[in-house]
Design a protein around this ligand. Structure first.
Ligand code: HEC
Length: 295
């Protein structure tokens, strides 16, 4: 007797479902790469082709066998195998195949209202979907209870760690700017402003006009370590102030990376050039450096 659905439809569909499930559920665990590998897909195709060959051999054997069966048996088999695969698949999924050929459907008599109800069997797709939901819920129930699979907190942890690793790799591969190659760049000003507000505004005020720390928008400087204004700003953010540990060494301690110090320095340089005359702030500290006040 032949199976209702041909194996060369059954097995690839089954494999597709398995691959789909793996892909959906395991992709966050990074185990997926070997499944969507070209070699896997190649095997998938080869298996399907082999199954097709097997199927046609089966068919030949089946035809040979038919010759040895009685007329009755042959008729029955022909009825069940009527139409092509897809028609049979359709019949199998949506109807109870026995119901079509044998008129022995149970009838339920309601009695009191005279209505007779046909006790049809549920279609195959419905029953299988129902079983699938049971299997699905069991898998999820136990995985939630016992293991980390599909646990959102664990998934978050893994994603978080992966991201940190990516950042680490990125930072290793992109060398940070140092005082030697740092320079004022206009396109960094906006990013520098954000970083300045996060890291420096508590002591220097968000516009740089000074608070605990000195006014950064005037021509007076306590610390003049470099010849160039931009480099001087970079130097102080990197090394901190020798006279006053309140201005700490953001760069040396690793608190702020070179690239970000370049951004902040660009912002400080920019506000020093721009607001010098107009902005009222903390009274000047240090000495006036006239070369730096030229615009
Ligand atoms: C905890 C308070 C504090 C924070 C935060 C702080 N500073 Fe300062 N900063 C100071 C003090 C105080 C001084 C004065 C140091 C001195 O007297 O030498 C100073 C000095 C400076 C100077 C030199 C000014 C001069 O006249 O020599 C610059 C430039 C500067 N800070 C920039 C920054 C930047 C940029 C940030 C953020 C990355 C920052 N500071 C964060 C307190 C702070």
């Amino acid at each position: 007797m032949r199976s209702k659905i041909s194996s060369f439809i059954m097995i690839p569909s089954f494999l597709s479902v398995v691959i789909f499930i793996f892909y959906v559920f395991l992709v966050s665990y990074n185990h997926i790469s070997y499944l969507v590998h070209p070699i896997t897909i190649f095997f998938f195709i080869i298996i399907t082709i082999l199954l097709c060959v097997l199927e046609s051999i089966n068919h030949l054997i089946f035809i040979r066998k038919l010759q040895f069966l009685s007329k009755e048996e042959r008729k029955k088999i022909f009825e069940e195998n009527e139409g092509n695969y897809f028609y049979r698949l359709y019949r199998f999924m949506f109807f109870d195949s026995k119901k079509i050929y044998h008129d022995d459907v149970k009838k339920i008599d309601h009695g009191f209202d005279g209505i007779i109800e046909l006790d049809n069997k549920l279609p195959m797709w419905w029953i299988h979907l129902f079983y699938l939901t049971i299997v699905f819920s069991a898998i999820y129930f136990f995985s939630y209870l016992l293991i980390d699979f599909s646990n959102p907190y664990k998934e978050y942890d893994i994603a978080y760690k992966n991201q940190l690793k990516e950042i680490e790799i990125f930072e290793k591969n992109t060398p940070q700017v140092t005082i030697e190659n740092a320079s004022f760049r206009e396109n960094l000003i906006n990013k520098g402003k954000i970083l300045f507000e996060e890291n420096c505004a508590t002591c220097h005020n968000s516009d740089g006009s000074g608070n605990i720390g000195p006014n950064l928008t005037d021509d007076y400087w306590i610390n003049a370590k470099e010849k160039d204004l931009f480099k001087n700003i970079f130097y102080i953010i990197w090394n901190g102030s020798d006279n006053n540990p309140t201005m700490r060494a953001f760069g040396q301690s690793g608190e702020i990376k070179g690239n970000d110090i370049e951004k902040i320095s660009s912002y400080v340089y920019f506000i020093n050039k721009k607001f010098k005359k107009s902005l009222k702030g903390k009274a000047p500290q240090g000495r006036k450096i006239t070369e730096w006040s030229k615009i």
